[in-house]
Ligand binder design. Structure first.
Ligand SMILES: Nc1ncnc2c1ncn2[C@@H]1O[C@H](COP(=O)(O)OP(=O)(O)OP(=O)(O)O)[C@@H](O)[C@H]1O
Length: 251
């Protein structure tokens, strides 16, 4: 998808390099993400996934190379970047609805548009019934839903997700992953989803970027051309999962 000339590239990463002193962590990373694509990133432990997300978020400067969004150098004052982390944060003094609204308030979305988007997104992620509760009154999965809804609600140019369901049990994870994919499909957001879990990557992604060991570059790109919802027991699913696992083996 990212290489399909018929689909516009939303994100272009060129020769992205990061050194910490003498340690070369990311070594000339190149790839593109198509508009509306769901890209997963997997790689061996310590290869620099978190560093990579920090660079993409523009929170951390690169040593070399560039990130382009819509053909322009990524700039948080111009582009809309949203994040969902493994340990989501909520403001305890705000209700669930007010917590979802927070992202739009930061981005100065008008009051009328904010209310309309809130109604829609709260409904899409099943938060409407607990809208007036406070974070300490809802479950961990509801907190993660708040973070996901808050991130999607700002209509981001790029949504970065760092193992958002890593802490949750398997059954709940599949459920939330289905919800995430359906949300992404409806809103046509461009998503980069970092995970340690290869099965999860195959379950959610249109394409998987497999990173090498340090100094890290892109080892392979694997297209996941399977219908949704996906079945992890499907032989084609298992084949892709095993292929990616083999690519990550570095010992
Ligand atoms: N601020 C820093 N200063 C020096 N070295 C750093 C810094 N941040 C990360 N590193 C090093 O960069 C490498 C990549 O770290 P990073 O945390 O990005 O990897 P990761 O793939 O996210 O790890 P994990 O798989 O454990 O989540 C590691 O060797 C780490 O020690």
């Amino acid at each position: 998808m990212g290489n399909n000339p018929a689909v516009r590239n939303k994100i272009e990463v060129k020769n992205l390099t990061k050194r910490f002193g003498d340690l070369l962590v990311l070594d000339k990373i190149n790839f593109t993400v198509a508009e509306g694509e769901f890209l997963s990133i997997v790689g061996p432990t310590g290869c620099g996934k978190t560093t990579f997300l920090n660079l993409l978020s523009t929170l951390m400067p690169s040593s070399d190379g560039n990130i382009f969004i819509d053909g322009e150098v990524a700039d948080p004052t111009k582009h809309n970047l949203a994040f969902v982390f493994q340990e989501p944060t909520c403001l305890p003094w705000r209700t669930v609805r007010e917590n979802v609204a927070f992202g739009m308030e930061v981005k100065n979305v008008s009051e009328a548009e904010k209310e309309e988007r809130l109604d829609r997104i709260m409904d899409m992620v099943g938060l409407t019934d607990c809208a007036s509760l406070y974070p300490n009154q809802v479950s961990a999965s509801m907190i993660q839903r708040i973070a996901v809804a808050r991130a999607f609600s700002v209509d981001p140019d790029l949504l970065l997700m760092d193992e958002p369901y890593g802490q949750l049990d398997v059954k709940l994870r599949y459920y939330l992953e289905d919800e995430l994919v359906s949300l992404q499909n409806k809103l046509k957001s461009t998503v980069i989803f970092v995970t340690h879990n290869i099965e999860e990557a195959v379950y959610v992604a249109d394409r998987i970027l497999v990173l090498s060991n340090k100094p890290t570059n892109v080892r392979a790109e694997v297209v996941v051309d399977l219908p949704r919802p996906r079945n992890p027991m499907d032989p084609k699913f298992v084949e892709i999962r095993e292929h990616v696992t083999e690519l990550i083996r570095w010992w």
